[in-house]
Design a protein around this ligand. Structure first.
Ligand SMILES: Nc1ncnc2c1ncn2[C@@H]1O[C@H](COP(=O)(O)OP(=O)(O)O)[C@@H](O)[C@H]1O
Ligand SMILES: [Mg+2]
Length: 229
């Protein structure tokens, strides 16, 4: 049974002079535990599609069902709660909160969810360790961490509320090859150990090489959808 179903998904940006059809009828379904990459040239609609799959953006047409819940039907507060509980996001530019330390960034969503200070710090430390951040770095702010370290913190943050899904938009685009391969190993391990479903967008060959499914998009449509044995 699919855990994510994307049906006839469209997004037309209307604010521009000429409306842009960024996503133009995408149908996809994902099973639990997939490690899938959405690939395609810049401007093909990867970010727009991923944002709608994760409920960060609303479709112009079509729907996204996550565990049989149509997320477009959720009202804003419920959608925020649903996202916090179920979906972790990783972004190309890390998007950590600059005034918070690594530890505080990871603990932040747990704080929103009402975890005690002790519990969230314990879990945040475990996660930072799991993604390979040394203890002597956990009180650094993002500005005092390398790109690779920031993205590890971002992965730890995404994992903190024990989400069922991680959506990662070009997570390795700004990383050197060593950081990329280490980060991929970490995500692959999380995927295998905890059955978290990962969906990436990427045009990084190194990410594609690790993916077990490659969904190629072009002009907002799925061109090819290939499972890798
Ligand atoms: N907020 C926006 N307003 C207008 N057009 C947008 C907006 N965001 C993206 N687009 C356009 O939609 C298309 C798809 O963009 P995007 O989803 O970012 O593609 P990708 O992530 O594959 O590079 C592009 O033509 C882009 O210029
Ligand atoms: Mg993009």
């Amino acid at each position: 049974m699919p855990v994510i179903e994307v049906k006839n998904l469209h997004k037309i940006y209307q604010e521009t002079k000429v409306p842009v059809k960024a996503v133009n009828g995408i149908d996809l379904s994902f099973e639990e535990g997939e490690f899938a990459a959405i690939v395609g040239p810049s401007g093909s609609g990867k970010t727009t599609a991923l944002n709608m799959i994760g409920g960060l953006d609303a479709p112009s047409e079509g729907e996204v069902l996550i565990n049989n819940i149509n997320i477009s039907d959720l009202k804003s507060r419920k959608l925020i709660d649903f996202r916090l509980k179920n979906i972790g996001f990783v972004f190309q530019a890390y998007n950590l909160i600059p005034v918070l330390t690594a530890l505080e960034n990871v603990a932040f969503i747990m704080q929103l969810q009402g975890w005690s200070k002790k519990d969230r710090e314990t879990r945040a430390k475990e996660l930072l360790e799991a993604v390979g951040i040394d203890l002597d770095r956990i009180h650094n702010r993002p500005g005092n961490l390398s790109g690779g370290q920031q993205q590890r913190v971002a992965v730890a943050r995404a994992l903190a509320p024990r989400p069922k899904f991680i959506l990662a938009d070009e997570p390795t685009a700004n990383l050197d090859s060593k950081s990329t391969s280490e980060l991929l190993d970490i995500m692959q391990k999380m995927n295998k150990e905890s059955k978290i479903t990962f969906i990436f967008s990427t045009h990084d060959q190194r990410v594609m090489d690790k993916a077990r499914r490659i969904i190629t998009v072009e002009d907002g449509k799925v061109k090819e959808d290939k499972k890798i044995a």
